[in-house]
Design a protein around this ligand. Structure first.
Ligand code: BES
Ligand code: ZN
Length: 861
């Protein structure tokens, strides 16, 4: 295996300026002709151009064609030795988009030409210094058959459109300097929807969405979101859009969700189209988030980009933080925070604890595509939020504005952002950098000691950052934690001498600290890491009375949820370790009862409070993972709670039924959570209830959820209903994906047979990443009892799929490969079978570096 490891410490700055790039494309599905003229200045030494899979026709330097002996050429690059200070290099070449199933570079999706250049796709289009710190202006001329490619788009402003016989020739010019990964081209039959936007300083912007005709009436919500995002960025950060045109093109075959190319965002249509009859509330949420996210990149990513790919979190972590804040302002801040933390704990904490652990700024990589991870994105976003907590929102805003001003037009590094915070807030944040270099989730131990005589509370806090595959003996981190203390009546104590603060942010710097609080009348309940101030694990034992106080009275809605969640998690863990039924404290049943009785006040929040940790959230918290036991333990706990509060659940469920068909999304969430409790036992009553929910629902949120409940049951209606759904929606790709997902996650025994059948059906293609995700990734990651079936059949199946996919789309194959990452926590038998299958993958001929890097890291752990 020829793997080339790229190391952060080997970074070398570029030895030239790239003034301007002039590109000409002659579109042809099997032979697209590309002429690339680059004007280099201030060249010192050799010029290195990356290029993969390109048929080179000629290369000329300052007007003279180079002979093969005048340059070095291999499968990955061209080097022009000792180039003149001013070098105009013209490269003529061909590429074949029709065989591009990796979906990187220029490819064809349903007859539409489309590009994906992040991270290193541009080198599959033409020979180029394909690194993010090479910033240049671009002029792009694209010529293609006018009947087949009536719409031709690229970055920046439209310069001209001409018809030449059967061809359309379109010229675009992007006045902003940008790296090659932000280049984009889209050409094909697309219909346009236009809206006008006027910026704060009265610039007019044309917003356009380009999508296939059939979906044209499903993009109004996305356009609304875009407008909201544009306004929000102006209001919150004083950031305006900077061109008169902003295009979004949507296509069906796309590796990711969406891409922020300058003024031409490209979206996986799945995350742009919505329809009140077929979209779920979660889908609406994600459209809002992703439209905003890609738009926000215009400043945090495009105007200020990354110097090298190790700095990825500089744009992604920051932009996730920004989209989280936007969505919080648009909807319920409390619910958004809870959902974000749940996701972080289930995926990022697991990543940090396993063989693929890496820091927010990784030290090395073989394939950069493998580092678009929850750690870089979501832990990265938490680091930004911690800075906001340390510096206060006002101080953070000062630093943010300084960063934008100072680094506009530049390729920056993570230090530049932190340093902007330091200068504007007059604070030393050197210790904070460790968050970017040390992997692993810090563990915080808290030991309180209350002295009734002098009414003093001392809290001893120690931190430990666990070893991870490549890092041992880590240093103490800078960790902010918000804290409040509650008395028995649920009132907060003052925590300072002036009696003005009931919440403080304590800052951990050393491995161990002791904090003292005076005038605390009685042993208090401690609410710490409020709002999830830091992405850490907290170990704190408190007695039942205190837990109860916090569960009922904590006014930090995240923490209130967290307290209940933690109790539920402990129950599931305990239950998974014994054959007996674990006892649920009476006080806790009362707490749940209170939630049910008061659910009407905020049904969306109530739904979160009632929803049990998922199997992956539970497995992340135990050392020895037994998939069957975790599955049945979780079920058992749900059952016990329901049996204790059956009347209450039925009562609130009835209320939900009356409200769900109104515009009230919180009620739909609560409906589904209650439905989970009420159908946890697979009996006739439950089957009837869920069937009614399916049939009577007039919205997809409930229809899809009830469908997934039915498909978990041995009901005689199961197949009829699945078929009913299929027949109704089979013409819409996003609905087929939902149908796949439901079946892929179905908990019925021997479900693998069904999945194998679906993979072979004519509905399924490996070439579409959405389908692969809906069927294969969902099976391998959201269906533990079937994937981990102790026969090992699930492992063999997924390994086979990885091997097939690897030849088609390495990035899909690599993402599926991480399904094996928790193998170490399984029993001997399972470990053995996984090991055999990983070996099999590693032995595949021409295995991609993408899959190799993931499987090899898991395998050697
Ligand atoms: N820049 C990425 C898209 C990307 C990542 C393209 C890796 C190619 C390789 C984009 O801004 C992004 O992060 N998209 C996310 C969604 C977002 C809401 C976090 C995605 O596509 O999942
Ligand atoms: Zn992004």
């Amino acid at each position: 295996m020829n793997t080339n490891i790229i190391k952060q410490k080997h970074f070398k700055p570029i030895n030239f300026n790239l003034q301007h790039v002039d590109l000409c494309f002659y579109l042809n599905p099997i032979k697209t002709h590309v002429i690339n003229t680059m004007l280099f200045t201030n060249v010192i030494g050799d010029i290195l151009l990356n290029g993969i899979g390109i048929e080179l026709i000629s290369i000329s330097l300052n007007g003279k064609t180079l002979k093969p002996i005048e340059y070095i050429h291999d499968n990955y690059k061209i080097i022009i030795p000792k180039a003149p200070k001013k070098s105009t290099i013209k490269i003529i070449s061909n590429i074949n988009p029709s065989v591009n199933s990796r979906l990187e570079g220029l490819y064809i999706s349903d007859k539409i030409f489309v590009t994906q250049c992040e991270a290193q796709g541009f080198r599959r289009i033409t020979y180029f210094p394909d690194r993010p710190d090479v910033l240049s202006t671009y002029t792009v001329k694209i010529t293609g058959n006018k009947n087949q490619y009536p719409v031709i788009l690229s970055n920046g402003n439209l310069v001209s459109t001409k018809c030449i016989k059967n061809d359309l020739e379109v010229v675009w010019n992007d006045p902003f300097k940008k790296p090659s990964y932000l280049f984009a081209l889209v050409a094909g039959k697309l219909s346009q929807t236009n809206r006008k936007f006027v910026t704060k300083s009265k610039n007019k912007v044309d917003l356009n969405i380009w999508i296939r005709k059939e979906d044209k009436n499903k993009i109004n919500f996305a356009l609304d979101c875009l407008e909201q995002a544009m306004k929000w960025d102006e209001k919150k950060y004083n950031l305006e859009y900077d061109l008169n045109i902003f295009n979004i093109a949507a296509i069906n075959n796309f590796n990711m969700g969406a891409m922020e190319n300058k003024s031409l965002n490209i979206f996986n249509s799945k995350y742009l189209i919505s329809d009140k009859n077929t979209s779920t509330d979660n889908e609406y949420d994600f459209i809002e988030t992703i439209v905003a996210h890609e738009y926000f990149h215009n400043w945090t990513g495009n105007r200020i980009t990354c110097r090298d790919w190790f700095q990825l979190s500089l744009k992604e972590g920051l932009t996730v933080y920004r989209d989280q804040e936007f969505s919080s302002d648009m909807g319920s801040r409390a619910v958004k925070r809870i959902k974000d933390v749940r996701m972080l704990r289930a995926i990022q904490f697991a990543e940090d604890a396993g063989p693929l652990a890496h820091s927010v700024r990784p030290e090395s990589y073989a394939e950069i595509n493998n580092f678009y991870t929850a750690t870089v994105y979501n832990k990265g976003a938490e680091l930004i939020r911690m800075l906001e907590n340390i510096l206060t929102p006002k101080g953070f805003l000062k630093g943010f504005k300084y960063y934008i001003k100072k680094y506009d037009g530049k390729a920056a590094i993570c230090e530049n952002f932190i340093h902007s915070m330091e200068t504007t807030n007059n604070i030393d944040l050197r210790q904070f950098y460790l968050w970017y270099s040390q992997a692993g989730t810090p563990e915080i131990n808290i030991i309180p000691d209350y002295n009734i005589k002098n009414k003093k509370l001392s809290i001893k806090v120690t931190q430990n950052v666990p070893d991870t595959p490549k890092q041992k003996n880590k240093k103490a981190m800078l960790i902010p934690l918000k804290i409040s203390l509650f008395n028995a009546e649920g009132k907060k104590y003052f925590l300072d001498k002036n009696k003005s603060k009931k919440e403080l942010t304590i800052l951990l710097k050393n491995k161990s600290h002791t904090f003292y609080y005076e005038n605390i009348e009685a042993n208090p309940a401690i609410s710490i890491n409020r709002g999830f101030t830091s992405p850490v694990k907290i170990n704190l034992e408190q007695d039942k009375n205190k837990l109860q106080i916090l569960m009922i009275h904590d006014n930090d809605s995240f923490k209130k949820w967290d307290q209940i969640y933690k109790y539920l998690l402990d129950l599931c863990i305990k239950q998974s370790k014994t054959a007996k039924n674990v006892k649920i404290d009476l006080f806790f049943i009362k707490v749940i009862k209170e939630i049910l009785l008061n659910a009407e006040k905020d049904p969306a929040f109530a739904s979160e409070l009632l929803s049990l940790p998922s199997e992956s959230e539970i497995s992340e918290n135990i050392k020895k993972y037994n998939p069957e036991k975790v599955f049945s333990a979780r079920k058992e706990i749900i059952k016990t709670i329901k049996n204790n509060l059956s009347n209450e659940f039925h009562l609130i469920y009835k209320k939900c039924l009356n409200k769900t068909n109104l515009a009230a999304r919180g009620w739909r969430a609560l409906h589904n959570t209650c439905l989970q409790y009420l159908t946890i036992e697979d009996n006739l009553d439950a089957q009837k209830l869920v069937l009614e929910a399916y049939k009577n629902s007039n919205n997809m949120t409930i229809k899809l959820y009830s469908l997934s409940c039915i498909s978990n049951m041995k009901s005689k209606d199961r197949n009829t209903i699945l078929l009913d759904f299929y027949e109704k929606y089979k013409k819409q790709p996003i609905m087929i994906e939902k149908w796949f997902q439901v079946q892929a996650s179905a908990k019925l025994k021997n479900n693998l047979r069904n999945i194998k059948r679906l993979v072979k059906s004519s509905e399924f293609t490996y070439k579409n990443p959405n389908q692969v995700r809906s069927l294969l990734n969902v099976f391998a990651k959201n269906n533990p009892i079937n994937f981990h079936d102790n026969s090992g059949k699930g492992y063999k199946f997924i390994a086979d799929q990885i091997i097939i996919l690897d030849s088609i789309n390495p990035s899909s194959a690599a993402s599926l490969s991480s399904a094996f990452s928790n193998w170490k926590s399984l029993d001997q038998n399972r470990k053995k079978i996984i090991k055999i299958n990983m070996k099999r993958i590693l032995q595949k001929k021409n295995l991609s570096p993408n899959t190799f890097e993931i499987i090899n890291n898991i395998n050697k752990s």
